[in-house]
Design a protein. Structure first.
Length: 154
């Protein structure tokens, strides 16, 4: 699996909104500047997040974006699915090498492995909320079952 720019920027934008949840709506251009992301890209991502119901937008001079739900109720899977439109591209289904070999009627011993990987990736992404990402890196590492790095890097 490759994390695309759409997915990464989507998580960065959502996390930025979560950090500023107590503030008024956040302007997309301001968010882009603070996160050092391309403004046009950010606007497109925020539009996708709005269409998915993850953020709300307010028009006007003091308008902008804010989370539609508390950060604890928004998962990384939802953000990536909204920004990227999928969390894991099952290539044999979206871009079949061969219409016969890649059809669901054809016996393919590889497809179940990709399907299992897709399911496991979605499970992991679903288990991590935006509120989890508001924590420090050691806390998030512990939360997702990774070793906590010490100052010496171990």
């Amino acid at each position: 699996m490759r994390i695309t720019t759409w997915a990464e920027y989507g998580v960065i934008c959502a996390l930025h909104l979560a950090k500023r949840a107590a503030e008024p709506a956040v302007n997309g251009r301001d968010l882009a500047a603070r996160e050092q992301l391309p403004p046009d890209y950010v606007e497109q991502i925020l539009l996708r997040l709005r269409r998915a119901g993850l953020v709300t937008s307010t028009r006007g001079a003091r308008g902008g974006y804010s989370l539609a739900r508390p950060a604890a109720e928004i998962t990384v899977r939802e953000i990536i699915a909204a920004a990227e439109l999928v969390t894991f591209d099952l290539h044999c289904e979206s871009h079949p090498v061969d219409e016969v070999r890649c059809s669901t009627s054809h016996d393919c011993s590889i497809r179940p492995v990709w399907m299992m990987l897709q399911r496991r990736i979605d499970e992991v992404l679903q288990s991590v909320s935006l509120a989890d990402l508001l924590q420090t890196e050691p806390t998030v590492r512990q939360r997702v079952g990774l070793p906590v790095l010490t100052a010496q890097g171990s």
